[in-house]
Ligand binder design. Structure first.
Ligand code: BG6
Length: 488
């Protein structure tokens, strides 16, 4: 299926996200024949650049970031779509230039891949150029603000010109194949659907670890920190998908209504309980993959007194009927030993052990959903060890039912999250985008924790790069007689 011809306008076309992800993803969509023949792509930036130079840069970045040779047939088609518009994004008069690049008779999709401080100016400039109408779709990149108040300001600026149904707020985790699979897993399988509550589940762990450090963006990261950069968006979105009630349909608002209810039911963490329920850390010098790496405060451009966290662990609780008494442990950090994103659902133990003494109590069944890398789903079960015994006793062993995406669907390429999301914007489906009330609710919960942290004025707990974070994060589970899941 090819979608209607679209004038795609990419603000911030020379920025990191556009170069690494957005333009390569658009190219991949073209390669898969998913862009309409008439679709155009206009890159907007304030730098002076000829069209030829722009096209050349796009090609270089596609090769670099996809890490593969370009398909010349696709490139011929793709290059013809590209165009560059030099616009000073704070000068509203400048946006008139866009009229030469877009056609008012066609659908326009505008991607704001710029710092959010520019979103208001972009809207005003587009308005001054007279190119806004009810059909225009705008895509907003995160972060939407750095707390609830600032997110309101940004959302209001955009809402002055666009209705909520025109706004697509990106959380790229919602475009990941395995995150989408959560919906299928939960609602297309009765073995999970009927066991998905406090009667059967003991606790849930969501871990998103990265081995990289700050990668040349210390300034941005330091003003955000791991809580705003990862927890407020990606981890809370995953948590909502795991915990939400079944939506009535897969329509955007059915899903988003249910996710919002979960966010609203999150128990507040504030100064009274922040020390028991959260851990924040900052990495120091260490070794990752056998290589010595600097600590956060020794990175280029670092301010030595920074108290910004690069690691967060939280015990979250959801105050509703389904999840009463079931903790959701969240953990995310930079410079951990590996890049792994995993959800682990621990089921309750059997009440009584009928089997051999080798297990004081039978280990709990676990459902492990591997989001990345090595996407897959795994269930640990107890099995009888085959064979005869003179005592007549039955020996049990933990085994795995393991579904690896690459083995099961080896002939399918796993598309980058941005490919999926760009396609959804073109189709006009908002289900995988975050609604304003979700963003705001997530900020309120996060703000309360951050205010409590600031009150204590304590620095984050140090951890050595290449380890699984501060010791307190292990204690967070250990004091409840639980452990973090050790991925393979
Ligand atoms: C981004 C964060 O949203 O997600 C980055 O700003 C982080 O700090 C990235 O590295 C992780 O995304 P992924 O898809 O590589 O897991």
């Amino acid at each position: 299926k090819k979608y209607e011809p679209i004038d795609f306008v990419l603000f911030g076309t020379l920025g990191d996200l556009a170069r690494r992800k957005l333009l390569p993803s658009l190219y991949q969509l073209d390669k898969a024949n998913l862009l309409h023949a008439g679709t155009t792509i206009t890159g907007v930036a304030r730098q002076t650049l000829s069209n030829t130079k722009f096209v050349k840069t796009v090609r270089e970045n596609i090769v670099k970031f996809l890490g593969e040779e370009i398909c010349e047939d696709t490139w011929k088609r793709f290059a013809k779509r590209l165009d560059f518009a030099m616009i000073n994004m704070v000068n509203h008069e400048d946006y008139k230039k866009l009229c030469e690049h877009v056609d008012s008779q066609r659908l326009m999709v505008c991607y704001f891949a710029t710092p959010p401080s520019l979103f208001g100016d972009i809207c005003k400039g587009m308005d001054a150029a007279g190119i806004i109408d009810e059909t225009v779709r705008v895509v907003l990149e995160k972060p939407i603000g750095h707390d609830f108040k600032s997110s309101e300001v940004i959302n209001d600026q955009v809402a002055e010109f666009f209705k909520e149904r025109q706004i697509y707020r990106i959380d790229h985790y919602l475009g990941k194949e395995t995150v989408l699979n959560l919906i299928a897993l939960r609602f297309a399988n009765s073995i999970f659907a009927t066991n998905w509550d406090h009667n059967c589940i003991d606790h849930v762990q969501i871990s998103v670890s990265e081995s990289v450090g700050i990668e040349g963006r210390w300034g941005y990261f330091d003003s955000a920190g791991q809580m705003r950069d990862m927890v407020q968006n990606h981890l809370l979105q995953i948590l909502s998908l795991i915990a939400m009630e079944p939506p009535t349909t897969l329509d955007a608002d059915s899903i988003r209504d249910e996710k919002l209810k979960v966010l609203k039911a999150l128990r507040t963490i504030d100064a009274s309980n922040v020390a028991q329920k959260t851990v924040r850390g900052q990495y120091g010098l260490g070794f990752v993959a056998g290589k010595e790496v600097p600590g956060y405060l020794e990175e280029p451009d670092a301010i030595e007194t920074s108290k910004t966290e690069t690691f967060v662990a939280i015990k979250a609780e959801i105050d509703n009927w389904r999840w009463s008494g079931v903790p959701f442990y969240l953990r995310t950090g930079k410079r951990l030993p590996a890049k792994v994103s995993e959800i682990v659902i621990y089921f309750k133990r059997q009440p009584h052990n009928l089997f051999s003494d080798s297990f004081a109590s039978l280990p709990a069944n676990k459902l492990v959903i591997r989001l990345q890398p090595e996407e897959g789903v795994e269930v640990t079960v107890m099995n009888k060890v085959p064979g005869l015994t003179s005592s007549g006793s039955m020996d049990l062993q933990k085994s795995k039912l393991d579904l690896s995406f690459s083995e099961e669907f080896g002939d399918r390429r796993i598309a980058d999250a941005y490919e999926k999301l760009l396609l959804e914007v073109m189709i006009g489906n908002q289900a995988l985008f975050v609604r304003r009330d979700e963003v705001e609710q997530a900020w309120k919960w996060v703000d309360s924790i951050m205010t409590a942290w600031n009150k204590t004025n304590e620095p984050p707990e140090p951890y050595q790069a290449g380890t699984w974070g501060p010791v307190s994060s292990i204690a967070l589970l250990a004091r409840e007689e639980r452990n973090w899941y050790e991925s393979k």
